[in-house]
Structures are given as structure tokens and as C-alpha cells.
Write a protein that binds this ligand. Structure first.
Ligand code: ADP
Length: 615
């Protein structure tokens, strides 16, 4: 070193005296770099902006830029080197920072989950990050140079982008939601945050940060739907935390209880208790729900105004995605009205049952009280008839007997029904041949049929058909049906048939009473078996009777394990059938016309056909 400027003193912290005469390597860190500089100078005569590390007197390293050239004497001999040093330590630091920052931001933009799109003032895409490509399904090359709104926005929403671009020109930013269009044509929901892209205070386009919120949007819509449904629900919905503290009540809660939402939130639902519900019920409730099960039951609670009300409550535990119980959901329906009606119904039923018992007892008593004197009246009327010596007296006494018998029949029916209703009917079933029983009943009505000029016949498919019946009940039943057949037939024929049906499907006996009477309309076929019901009822009824015959017959038949059916056509006639279990004694069968199936001679008395003509 032969000379230095004061600035070298400053940058190297050495004084001029300390440096003059020293080898230049004293201020440099790396001698190799210095050797290179010397070599380049020798080779080219000069070197510009060669970077070197300068080591100052305190050992601190500074970066300097060296521009140097060779020095020559008059004869052209090289005498040395003259160099200018510029301290560029600060510039280097800034450059390094900038580079680092650039890399940092690049990484940030590329790895960012949000899509980033930069577009110019004509909405032409200048830059997209990887997420944008992922969201829309395009490659970067496919997007650069395209008009953003025409490529990436659902056509119905493109007008929104036009407005937004106008805003950006006015240097305005905003956030919005819009429907995007994927390369596949699929429409997606995007959340966009758009800002103007500025340089030196001038807007050059826009930058948008976007997110695919399709799933989120769907989930939100679903949530809104569900929460609206719960909000508008006609039943009370209450959600409590695991400790029973109310977190949510729907508006119906306020309507039902009188307590506002604020009055309920944070409280335990026990404030609704009326003291009317048993403690064990609450214990059962808590035991059930804390065990993770659903509980349902009726609670008797009190409204804010003090009024008691009934609710049907279902409480179920709510679990989070890990299966841990976090809340309880209670759905409550006000059943006060229903409860009142139920209680009224129970009271009405009890009352009806009481009056039914009263009626039955009354009927039993009355029929007994009436039957006893009736027997006296009938007996004496018969006696008068026997003793009467003039025809008028005979006619009067016959009239008494006839009316008396009718009254007696009615009384018997009433007695029967009251016995059935009081459950005092004794049923003694035995295996008996029902042919003679049915026939006896039939014979009872020969005179009655004759008096109405009706043909009446009896037929049985065998001489002996054994069924398990209570003889008295069976006999009464057949009597009732023949009685009705005659009563409701003006002209034509009554057929009484006893048939043993031995078909494999059902072994049964059928007693069939067929008439050519007035018939029963379809809508009355069920009703006629009910107590006191008749097809023609009220003051306009066309036939005598109590409406009890079929009720009693049905009950009798059912008590014997059988059933009664009716087929009928108005104006054509009716067929009433009693079906009873058949006891198979394997007797020969007879054919339709009375011939034995096994071609045995037909006993004379098994089929009777009598044409009854009046007088
Ligand atoms: P009642 O004959 O005393 O009225 P029933 O209980 O015996 O009472 O019959 C109920 C109703 O069924 C009768 O009133 C009648 O309307 C109808 N009914 C019963 N048997 C016949 C029949 N063979 N033909 C037409 N209607 C009948």
C-alpha cells in the first residue's frame, strides 16, 4: 500500500500510517479472492465491481465492491494498481432479505389452501396458484391468458363479476359468495375476497382469494333447514347439557309453558315440576338417559301462570362424533287435552258399565217378576178356555193365551240376554245327535207357517249328525232362526237343513235356514246381530219383535264354539247358517234328494215336506 484515501481509513478502521507500507492483504479476509483480483487486473488491465470481503481492524467483515486498474510509468512499465472500494455491506443485506422474502412469499402463495387469481383490468388471468387449479380442475397453462369470469364463473353469476370489476377500478375491496364453474361443468360455491391490484397508486386489475365452500354451504343449508324445522315445530324442543342445564328451547316452549327463552336458558328443567309427578318416575328418567338410552313418559308439569299441564316427553342422549354424550334432547308434546278426554272417556266408560249392570239386574228382576204372574195368567186363561161354554168366551180366552205367550216369549228373550250379559249363562255341551233337536224346532213352526200360507220343509244329510252342543241353547237358536224366517217371509218357502260337512278343510255341522222373505240390506248385515237392532227401527218399523233374537242366537252359538253367518239379498230371501264342530261318528251320508250316498234306503222321517195352506 503506497497511498489510501481517508474513506479507506473509515471503512477499515486503520489509520493511514498503519496501512502505508503494509501488504494489501492486511485488509482482506480471503487471500484467494485477492489473488484472483490481481490476476484479472494483470490480464485485462482493469476490473469493475469485483466483490471482496474486507476485514477491518476490529476483525469485522464488510463487503466491498472493488473497481481497479493497473498503473504504468512513462516507459510503459507496470508500477502498481489503483483501486476504488465501495462499501456495499448494507446493499447486500437488503438484497439477501429481498430474495429470502420473495422465496417465502412464493412458498406461501403456492402452498396456500386458498386459491389466488390475479387478473388485469380486462379480467384476463395473469397468475393462478396451485389451489386455484385444484379447485377448478384446470392446469395453470389452461388458465393463464383466459378471461376469468367467462372461464371460472357460472354464467348466471357473471354479471356479479362485472360489478365487482367496476368496484376494483374505483379501488374498492370486498368479500362475496358466488357460483363458480369447474372444468368438468360442475357448479360450485365460492367465497371470494377481491382487492384491486395496485402499483404506484394505479389500479392494474384485481387479485382474488377464493375458497370452495360448496360442502360448507350445503351443510349450512341443511343446518338452517333443521333449525327452522325445530324452531317452527308444533312440539316443544329442549336441549340441555349433560348436567341438565337448558341450552336451547324452541318458541313452542314459551307458548306451552309461559316461560320466555331467557327465563329458561341456563336453568335445570326442574323449575317446571308441579310436584304431581312421582319421584320414582324422575329417577327412572335419569337412570335411563344417563345410561345412554331413550326415555319416554308422561310428566305432569306446571306453567308459569301456575296452571298444570300434561306432556308426553321423549328424552334422548345426543352424542358427539366420538360417541361421547354431550347433551340431552327433549321433545315434548302437550297432551293435556288428550288426558282430559281420556279421563272423561274412562269416567264415561265406568258410568256406562255401571248403568249396563244396573240395566242387566233390572231386566233380570223384571223378567222374573213378570214371568211368575204370567204363568198364572196363562194357566187360568187355559182353564177358562176349557171351562167356557160359549164361543165368545173361548175366543177371548184364546186371545189371552196368544198374547200371553207372546209376552212370555219376549220375557224369555230378556231373561236370556240379561243372563248372557251378567255372564250367568250356564253352558253344558255334550255330544248329541242334533237332527231330532232341529227337527223338533222345525215342527214347532208348522202351524205358524201354515197360517201364513208358507211352504216349509226339513232335510238332513244323515239320520244322525253328532255335534258338541248344549241341547237347550242349540234348540233355542234354531227356534229363533225359524221364527225369524217365518216372520220376515210373506210368501214362498222356508227350508230347514242339517248338513254334516266332512270336507277335509273343515269338519263341521251346518244348520241352514233358508227363506224367500224380505232379505237384509248389505249395510245391516252386521248390525242385526247387535242388541235391540232391527232393519226397520223406530216408530215406522214394519215388524213386531224386540231385536234380541239374533243377538241371543249369536251368543248361544259362540258359547258352543260355533259361528253364525248370513247371506241375503233384498227381495229374494235370506240364508242363516249355524256352523258347529262336527263329531265324526261315520254314519252313512244321504244325497241331495234324500238318497243315501251309500245307496241305503232313506228313513222316511228324515225329510219332511209339508205344504201349509191357510185354513
Ligand atoms: P227381531 O226379529 O225381534 O226384530 P232379531 O234379533 O231376531 O230381532 O232380528 C234383528 C233384525 O234382523 C230383525 O228386526 C230384522 O230386521 C232382521 N232379520 C232377522 N231375520 C231376518 C230374516 N230371516 N229375513 C229378513 N230380515 C231378518
Amino acid at each position: 500500500i503506497t497511498e489510501i484515501s481517508p474513506s479507506v481509513e473509515k471503512v477499515s478502521e486503520y489509520t493511514r500510517e498503519e496501512l502505508i507500507g503494509k501488504h494489501v492483504s492486511v485488509v482482506y479476509q480471503n487471500t484467494d479472492d485477492l489473488a484472483k483480483l490481481v490476476e484479472m487486473n494483470r490480464k485485462f488491465g482493469s476490473v469493475n465491481d469485483y466483490e471482496l470481503k474486507l476485514k477491518d481492524k476490529n476483525g469485522n467483515i464488510r463487503i466491498v465492491s472493488n473497481s481497479s486498474h493497473l498503473l504504468f510509468d512513462e516507459d510503459g512499465n507496470m508500477t502498481g494498481t489503483e483501486g476504488i472500494l465501495r462499501d456495499i455491506t448494507e446493499r447486500k443485506r437488503i438484497e439477501k432479505n429481498l430474495k429470502e422474502n420473495e422465496e417465502k412469499y412464493k412458498l406461501l402463495v403456492e402452498t396456500m389452501h386458498d386459491g389466488i387469481i390475479q387478473a388485469d383490468e380486462n379480467d384476463v388471468i395473469l397468475f393462478v396458484n396451485e389451489s386455484t387449479c385444484r379447485i377448478f380442475g384446470y392446469s395453470e397453462d389452461e388458465l393463464i391468458g383466459k378471461v376469468a369470469k367467462d372461464t371460472l364463473v357460472f354464467q348466471e353469476d357473471r354479471h356479479i363479476i362485472e360489478k365487482k370489476n367496476e368496484m376494483r377500478e374505483n379501488n374498492l375491496s370486498d368479500k362475496y359468495e358466488i357460483r363458480g364453474l369447474k372444468k368438468s361443468g360442475e357448479i360450485i360455491w365460492l367465497s371470494v375476497s377481491g382487492t384491486p391490484y395496485q402499483k404506484d397508486g394505479k389500479v392494474f386489475g384485481s387479485v382474488g382469494f377464493l375458497n370452495d365452500i360448496t360442502e360448507h354451504k350445503k351443510a349450512t343449508e341443511e343446518l338452517v333447514k333443521i333449525s327452522q324445522a325445530v324452531n317452527q315445530s308444533p312440539v316443544v324442543v329442549m336441549i340441555t347439557d349433560i348436567n341438565g342445564r337448558i341450552e336451547y328451547v324452541n318458541p313452542k316452549f314459551t307458548e306451552a309453558t309461559g316461560y320466555s327463552e331467557n327465563e329458561a336458558l341456563g336453568k335445570n328443567p326442574r323449575f317446571l315440576k308441579s310436584g304431581e309427578t312421582k319421584k320414582e318416575l324422575y329417577k327412572d328418567l335419569w337412570d335411563t338417559v344417563l345410561a345412554g338410552k331413550q326415555w319416554s313418559g308422561e310428566l305432569h308439569n306446571r306453567k308459569k301462570g301456575g296452571e298444570l299441564y300434561w306432556e308426553y316427553t321423549t328424552i334422548s342422549p345426543v352424542r358427539n362424533s366420538s360417541g361421547v354424550m354431550t347433551h340431552f334432547l327433549a321433545v315434548k308434546e302437550d297432551i293435556t287435552e288428550k288426558k282430559i278426554k281420556e279421563q272423561e272417556l274412562i269416567a264415561a266408560k265406568e258410568k256406562a258399565e255401571a248403568s249396563e249392570r244396573l240395566k242387566t239386574n233390572f231386566l233380570a228382576n223384571m223378567s222374573h217378576e213378570l214371568r211368575t204372574p204370567m204363568i198364572g195368567i196363562l194357566g187360568f186363561a187355559d182353564l177358562i178356555k176349557e171351562l167356557a161354554d160359549n164361543p165368545e168366551m173361548v175366543e177371548f180366552s184364546e186371545s189371552i193365551v196368544k198374547s200371553g205367550k207372546r209376552l212370555m216369549e219376549t220375557l224369555n228373550l230378556i231373561l236370556d240376554i240379561s243372563r248372557i250379559e251378567a255372564d250367568k249363562l250356564e253352558v253344558n255341551t255334550n255330544e248329541v245327535n242334533i237332527v231330532p233337536l232341529a227337527k223338533e224346532a222345525y215342527e214347532n213352526y208348522l202351524a205358524a207357517a201354515a197360517s201364513k200360507n208358507l211352504k216349509i220343509s226339513f232335510r238332513s244329510s244323515a239320520d244322525e249328525i253328532v255335534s258338541k252342543v248344549d241341547e237347550k241353547l242349540f234348540y233355542e237358536s234354531v227356534n229363533n232362526l225359524i221364527n225369524n224366517a217365518i216372520k220376515y217371509t210373506k210368501s214362498g218357502e222356508i227350508k230347514v237343513e242339517v248338513i254334516a260337512d266332512k270336507s277335509k278343510s273343515a269338519k263341521k255341522t251346518v244348520v241352514k235356514i233358508t227363506d224367500t222373505g224380505i232379505g237384509i240390506p248389505e249395510e245391516h248385515k252386521e248390525q242385526i246381530f247387535e242388541e235391540f237392532r232391527q232393519v226397520s227401527e223406530g216408530f215406522s218399523r214394519g215388524f213386531e219383535g224386540t231385536g234380541l233374537g239374533l243377538t241371543i242366537t249369536k251368543k248361544f252359538v259362540e258359547k258352543m264354539g260355533g259361528k253364525i253367518t248370513v247371506e241375503s239379498e233384498v227381495g229374494v230371501g235370506s240364508v242363516f247358517s249355524i256352523e258347529l264342530p262336527l263329531v265324526d261318528v261315520s254314519l252313512p251320508e244321504k244325497g241331495q234328494n234324500g238318497e243315501s250316498v251309500e245307496e241305503k234306503p232313506v228313513p222316511e222321517n228324515t225329510e219332511t215336506e209339508i205344504l201349509c195352506v191357510e185354513d
